[in-house]
Ligand binder design. Structure first.
Ligand code: CUA
Length: 330
């Protein structure tokens, strides 16, 4: 090959590498990690990305060079030169990808092994997925519809499901884990950053799959201890605790609970909705809407609310929740 051709090839490869690197660096592809595990996973992403940029540059330069240099003229109908296999070239293009793929799998295996280490005294939180909500149960037996975790401590999520296969994912914590009925999968999380981040179901599990969302809040260890000491209850009327425990705020707006969900009807408008529904007194309407959500579906909304709250929420808690939502709580 002539020296000029090699210079041209290398020149195109450098341009391709620069363009690909700019796209990799300046587009915000990944959320800022909020756990040690997420940082390691991001390292794997970058490791694979750098390899991909290298491969892309070589392929792009050879392609661009060939298109420009070996283009047939407008009236050229002749056959190209007969070419047979090139053993050396085939060995090279088999060996290099094999080495690269092996390198990625070794790095991934090391990271997965490190990410599964929970230390000797992890906080164990049971995660139960149902169509279409999350339940997080703490060692003191209290359950919530959202997750609260202390910064800096190893947390072991013990993940299962009650009905179909779901999958737990918080993008800031990076790693996904399936929730399978009858099985207990674990996911180790060591939070490094304060804040509230989304929790998403990432396995198609039915009509309400896209709505199966919750959140994880990472707090200082002292605030977490206080949270557990209160029995995990937030201060406020008992109905508020029930509202939070069952994750109502992830779908509904309710000012008193600082909830801003928009998937279900606005609960600040309950009186107007009860009037439209015309199904008896306000509290009876609210209770029916919780335990039998398809009895009346507010216009412009779908029958997406879980039908399981009637069996999930104990009667005394249900009463507290109804009174709280209806404004008749003392
Ligand atoms: Cu649960 Cu998708």
């Amino acid at each position: 090959m002539r020296r000029g051709s090699i210079v041209q090839l290398v020149g195109i490869a450098i341009v391709a590498a620069v363009i690909a690197s700019l796209v990799a660096i300046f587009v915000d592809w990944l959320p800022t990690p909020a756990s040690e595990e997420a940082k390691r996973i991001h390292f794997v992403y970058w490791f694979a990305t750098v390899i991909c940029i290298g491969v892309f540059s070589v392929v792009a330069s050879v392609m661009a060079y060939s298109i420009l240099k070996f283009r047939a003229g407008p009236d050229d109908d002749s056959d190209g030169p007969p070419i047979h296999g090139h053993t050396k070239l085939e060995i090279v293009w088999t060996a290099i990808p094999a080495v690269l793929v092996t390198a990625i799998s070794i790095v991934s295996a090391i990271v997965l092994a490190q990410n599964s280490k929970a230390g000797s005294d992890p906080l164990v939180v049971k995660v139960t997925a149902v169509q279409f909500a999350w339940k997080f149960t703490y060692p003191n037996g209290k359950s919530f519809g959202f997750l609260t975790l202390p910064k800096g401590r190893h947390v072991k999520l013990d993940i299962t499901a009650n009905d179909v296969i779901h999958s737990f994912w918080s993008p800031e914590l990076s790693q996904k884990q399936d929730a399978v009925p009858g099985e207990h999968n674990t996911l180790v999380v060591t939070p490094t950053r304060l804040g509230t981040f989304p929790v998403i179901c990432t396995e198609l599990c039915g009509l309400g799959h896209s709505l199966m969302r919750s959140h994880v809040t990472i707090v200082e260890p002292a605030a977490f201890d206080a949270f557990l000491k209160r029995g995990g209850q937030s201060a406020g009327p008992p109905g508020l605790a029930v509202f939070q425990q069952y994750g109502c705020g992830s779908c509904h707006t309710f000012k008193a609970a600082s909830a801003t969900g928009t998937i279900g009807p606005d609960l600040d408008q309950l009186k107007q909705q009860a009037a439209r529904a015309n199904r008896g007194p306000l509290d009876a309407f609210i209770e029916e809407s919780i335990v039998k959500p398809d009895a009346y579906v507010e216009p412009n909304f779908q029958d997406l609310m879980p039908h399981s709250f009637g069996t999930q929420i104990p009667p005394d808690q249900l009463k507290q929740l109804v009174q709280y939502l209806g404004g008749s709580a003392q």
